[in-house]
Design a protein around this ligand. Structure first.
Ligand code: UDP
Ligand code: MG
Length: 139
């Protein structure tokens, strides 16, 4: 299944450092339409649910602590080829490997505190969007 939607969240480091506005401006300038958006806080338990796929990875515990350390801004975005285009737009997981001009190159501090999330498939975009937003909020 191919959709024209993806899911993102501005992570705690970027929100705390005051980069939310700049990142949202970049997202819209790149042609992504904001379908849903809010500012919220994850508990460590809910962060663990979101990143359940990484539960066996050595960084999982630290990741859950970091992702619950401060407010985040989750969003559902719409654009043709949204998932792949947004992954290109944010850059590599490790900011040292992120391309020039990407969100992570500009704002990430480390491989963990890397400023922004982007779904890796249409299926996960739908699951992750539903994790934060109700059916009417996703309309
Ligand atoms: N992460 C980490 N250490 C690592 C790899 C990943 O702390 O060695 C964190 C980082 O915040 C990353 C998230 O775990 O964004 C999810 O990892 P994934 O491999 O799915 O990267 P992404 O899809 O976010 O680029
Ligand atoms: Mg991922």
């Amino acid at each position: 299944m191919t959709t024209n939607r993806t899911f993102t969240m501005i992570k705690p480091d970027a929100v705390a450092d005051g980069h939310s506005g700049s990142i949202i401006k970049m997202i819209e300038a790149a042609g992504f339409k904001i379908i849903a958006m809010k500012k919220t806080l994850l508990t460590a338990e809910r962060a663990g649910q979101f990143y359940q796929v990484h539960a066996e990875r050595p960084f999982y515990g630290d990741l859950c602590g970091y992702m619950s350390s401060g407010p985040i801004i989750p969003m559902i975005l719409e654009k043709e080829n949204a998932v792949a285009d947004f992954r290109t737009f944010i850059g590599a997981t490790n900011p040292e490997q992120a391309a020039e001009g990407t969100v992570r190159k500009l704002y990430a501090k480390s491989i963990q505190a890397n400023a922004i999330h982007g779904s890796d498939s249409d299926e996960n975009a739908a699951i992750e969007g539903s994790f934060f937003f109700s059916e009417t909020e996703r309309f």
